[in-house]
Design a protein around this ligand. Structure first.
Ligand code: ADP
Ligand code: MG
Length: 413
């Protein structure tokens, strides 16, 4: 294994969506090979919702027949998109004169837990990958999927191909993990919302983990966490250009400090992320006898029902928190069955202002509020940690809120 200079290259759904684009993918792979790397390629399913071979298209097809398809069968279905895309990519590479082979998650030895639809990788047995690499083949691996100990096919949840790439990077001791996508790197905000969002040249794993957890879907947070464990450099780049992209690394032992790139330095705020489709729940506890016990009961009930809660504010007479819109009805039902009066505010958006520099700097919250109120945006709730400030706003205000925060912290180009 040590003889190879392994480079994991992951290509997202838009990168493999047309013959022209696949030619660009092939060029990235072949260039890596010519530079002396041993590429291990991870592919996502072709295209997005509506495209014929996109994962959502498959889902809609069976959900039209029966909305309650078992999760096990859904995973078998959802694993097909990457297989199709992988075969297409291998055919492209072979057509260009390069020996290549496709391995599914199972064939690549990606062993996962048995949580269908949201499985975690527990280990990778790379024997098959290494044997194929030793034959001089370009190994293409289907992203987003694996196999349980019992031999069941699983998928890893949205953004799961990023996780496949990172886990392979760690298992194969890769020199780097390159995540190729349709933007030129990780930016200070979603470029679909903020026109002048700026590419971040170098960022720490922690900063990106925060951004990804808070909704920046450019990379899956689990992928960042996995790469961070072994300190393998992660790069986010465009399939369609030669721009250097974003390097995600560990702030302390990076060569980049020597060449004078400022990683954290004066950077107060790294970026703004947003999560739509959030419901705020407000529970009145003022007539309760033993309030702390009641609070505990509420959160235990949520945990038992597998409902994740966020932005929690516990006050002597009220408990306020948010859940995703799609589980709000379930949460409300549970709470009402427990005898609580619950008020809901559906269709909110959570905006996160992220930056390692926030910790202990006075006035950041004031700036956030100033930025929002000056644009007439009402803050429904807020919270903060050492590296993040969250505000909850109405759905209608989401885009305006992201833009105005991006502006007030001068994050643009
Ligand atoms: P892929 O199919 O390649 O995995 P994704 O759609 O998952 O691509 O991720 C890329 C998209 O992430 C971009 O098109 C962009 O709209 C969105 N995005 C959201 N936040 C950010 C951000 N902070 N920086 C860059 N892209 C972002
Ligand atoms: Mg993605």
């Amino acid at each position: 294994m040590r003889n190879f200079r392994i480079l994991v290259q992951k290509f997202g759904g838009t990168s493999v969506a047309s013959p022209e684009r696949r030619a660009q993918v092939a060029e990235k792979v072949i260039t890596a090979k010519e530079e002396g790397y041993t590429p291990v390629v991870v592919v996502s399913a072709i295209g997005r919702t509506g495209d014929p071979y996109a994962t959502d298209t498959f889902l809609n097809m069976v959900k039209g027949i029966n909305p309650d398809v078992p999760k096990r069968e859904l995973d078998m279905l959802m694993s097909c998109g990457e297989v199709i895309s992988g075969v297409v990519m291998v055919s492209t590479l072979i057509g260009l004169g390069h020996d290549a082979v496709l391995l599914t998650g199972a064939q690549a030895g990606i062993v996962t837990t048995n949580t269908f639809g949201d499985a975690r990788i527990v280990r990778i047995e790379p024997k098959n990958i290494l044997e194929n690499l030793a034959q001089g083949r370009i190994v293409v691996i289907t992203g987003f999927q694996g196999i349980t100990e019992a031999g069941e096919i699983t998928t890893l949840g949205r953004g799961g191909s990023d996780t496949t790439a990172s886990a392979l990077g760690v298992a194969l001791d890769a020199e780097a993990i390159d995540i190729y996508t349709d933007v030129e790197g990780i930016m200070t905000a979603d470029p679909r919302i903020v026109d002048n969002a700026k590419i971040l040249d170098v960022v720490t794993y922690n900063e990106i983990c925060q951004l990804a957890h808070q909704g920046a879907k450019v990379i899956h947070p689990r992928a960042v966490e996995i790469a961070m464990q072994k300190n393998i450099p992660l790069r986010v780049k465009s399939t369609f250009s030669d721009a250097p992209g974003t390097l995600v690394t560990n702030q302390l032992d990076s060569d980049s400090i020597e060449v004078g790139i400022d990683i954290t330095g004066d950077r107060l705020i790294t970026g703004i992320a947003h999560t739509p489709h959030v419901t705020q729940l407000r529970i009145d506890t003022q007539n309760e006898q033993n309030v702390p016990e009641v609070d505990l009961k509420i959160f235990k009930a949520m945990a038992l029902a597998d409902i994740s809660v966020d932005l929690i504010t516990v006050l002597p007479s009220t408990v306020v928190y948010t859940v995703k819109d799609d589980v709000a009805d379930k949460a409300v039902k549970i709470l009402r069955n427990m005898g609580f009066a619950v008020e809901t505010r559906p269709s909110c958006a959570k905006i996160a202002v992220i930056g390692g520099g926030i910790a202990g700097v006075p006035g950041v919250m004031a700036q956030v509020l100033e930025g929002l109120t000056s644009h007439g945006i009402q803050v429904l709730q807020s919270a903060d940690s050492h590296a993040t400030i969250w505000v909850l706003v109405a759905k209608e205000d989401m885009i305006k809120a992201v833009r105005s925060l991006h502006e007030i912290f001068c994050l643009g180009r």
